[in-house]
Design a protein around this ligand. Structure first.
Ligand SMILES: [Zn+2]
Length: 261
């Protein structure tokens, strides 16, 4: 059966559906906020799955000091607030604790992710690549479980031929600058999204993650980028297409649509 999505990639009467699958509140924003906002602004839908409450994150930034006990509740409310600002749906929380994901059976974690995939029917799935960018064990566990789930989902999905799995990617020179040990596929620039029009919202969202010092530092870096004329070209989010995407990805309608976002 040819679905409306496949037959009308340009006019796409049915909205395309994005599903980001990450470990902690704020991962989704660092990786893809600028792209999700553009996506939703064009009438598409976006969902996020978040693995943990980020219990082991920093306890505030600047003058804000919060307790370890209240941290997950605060981080979850920061996530809700930001997704609402983007026009995304409220997050699916898997309710693990920070650094627990690696201890979970991969198949069990994958089953939870798969049931959400079957519920939202994504066209684009975005998750960490093999290194998890930072090497965090929760990120790597989410990557592995999402691969399992994606393979099962694409085998049984009518949309298998218009379905893609993406990893956030980082240019090799920047990976070097920040001493990130990435896999080669996490340095591929298969899809480059200009986030010039949405970078202000991304910076606001990072600032909204007041509990997290890292998010504040990333907001500072993006703000500096914005004011430096020579680096305007770097206002982008980049992704590589996973080898688990079925078929020749350049020809997949939803990828062509995303590239023109
Ligand atoms: Zn994280």
């Amino acid at each position: 059966m040819i679905s409306q999505k496949q037959s009308n990639p340009d006019t796409h009467y049915s909205p395309y559906i994005w599903l980001g699958i990450f470990a902690h509140p704020d991962d989704e924003t660092s990786a893809s906020a600028g792209t999700m906002i553009k996506w939703v602004n064009l009438g598409n839908k976006a969902y996020v799955i978040t693995g943990t409450g980020g219990e082991l994150g920093s306890l505030g930034s600047d003058d804000l000091v919060i307790s370890r006990e209240e941290l997950p509740t605060i981080r979850e409310s920061e996530l809700h607030r930001n997704l609402k600002m983007y026009g995304c749906y409220p997050p699916f929380m898997l309710r693990y604790k920070d650094q627990e994901l690696i201890k979970e059976n991969t198949g069990h974690l994958a089953d939870k992710i798969l049931s959400i995939m079957q519920y939202v029917n994504p066209d684009i799935v975005v998750t960490f690549g093999p290194s998890g960018i930072s090497g965090h064990t929760d990120h790597i566990a989410i990557h592995k479980a999402t691969l399992f789930a994606f393979r099962a989902y694409s085998r049984h999905s009518e949309e298998g031929t218009n379905l893609a799995l993406l990893y956030p990617s980082i240019r090799a020179d920047l990976a070097n600058l920040y001493s990130l040990e990435l896999s080669p596929e996490e340095m591929r620039m298969d899809i480059v999204i200009d986030i010039g029009p949405t970078i202000d919202k991304k910076i606001t969202a990072l600032r909204n993650y007041e509990s997290q010092q890292d998010a504040q530092e990333f907001a500072d870096r993006l703000s500096n980028l914005k004011t430096n004329e020579n680096r305007k070209g770097n206002q982008e989010e980049t992704f590589s297409v996973s080898e688990y995407t079925y078929g020749k990805w350049e020809n997949i309608p939803v990828i062509q649509y995303l590239k023109n976002l």
